[in-house]
Design a protein around this ligand. Structure first.
Ligand code: RB5
Length: 154
């Protein structure tokens, strides 16, 4: 199992903490930056980088962090095949995996406390992928990547 991790400067304080939690589980980490909290960078670059690593198979899952978790999740979800979930706690993280098969977990480092984020990350990794009705709804999400509104064809 390999997980891609990325953040902007505002999300950076949480990044080493979550990498340590992944290390503790024996998970391989693909660190896509950024590498400090003081140099201002743009969250779309890192949300897209994490999502692309997941979609192209360099990583099995991704974790993306910005100040609020909002911008980086919006950016990640622009990559076809990404299912990025902006979560705040253990329950939303668990349900993001069970109901939505979220393949990118997004946090706001200025919003969510360190221990809550660690617990949420572990809950997401431990949650089962829901089947049945959830698969039907996920198929509908996949269709949005290629429907006529998106492609402008048909
Ligand atoms: C950076 O100041 C901040 O706007 C960004 O980290 C994020 O919160 C955007 O949604």
């Amino acid at each position: 199992m390999r997980i891609a991790v990325g953040s902007d400067h505002a999300g950076y304080p949480l990044k080493p903490v979550l990498i340590e939690a992944l290390d503790a589980r024996g998970i391989d980490v693909l660190d896509l930056g950024t590498n400090d909290a003081t140099t201002s960078v743009d969250y779309p670059d890192f949300g897209a980088a994490v999502a692309r690593a997941v979609v192209d198979g360099r990583a099995d899952l991704g974790v993306a962090i910005c100040g609020t978790g909002i911008g980086i999740s919006i950016a990640a979800n622009k990559i076809p095949g990404a299912r990025a979930a902006h979560v705040h706690d253990v329950s939303t993280a668990r349900l993001a995996r069970e109901h939505n098969h979220a393949n990118v977990l997004c946090f706001g480092a200025r919003i969510t406390g360190t221990q809550v984020a660690i617990d949420a990350l572990n809950a997401w990794l431990d949650a089962p992928l829901g089947q049945g009705r959830h698969l039907l709804r996920l198929a509908k999400i996949d269709e949005l990547d290629t429907d006529s509104f998106t492609t402008g064809k048909g």
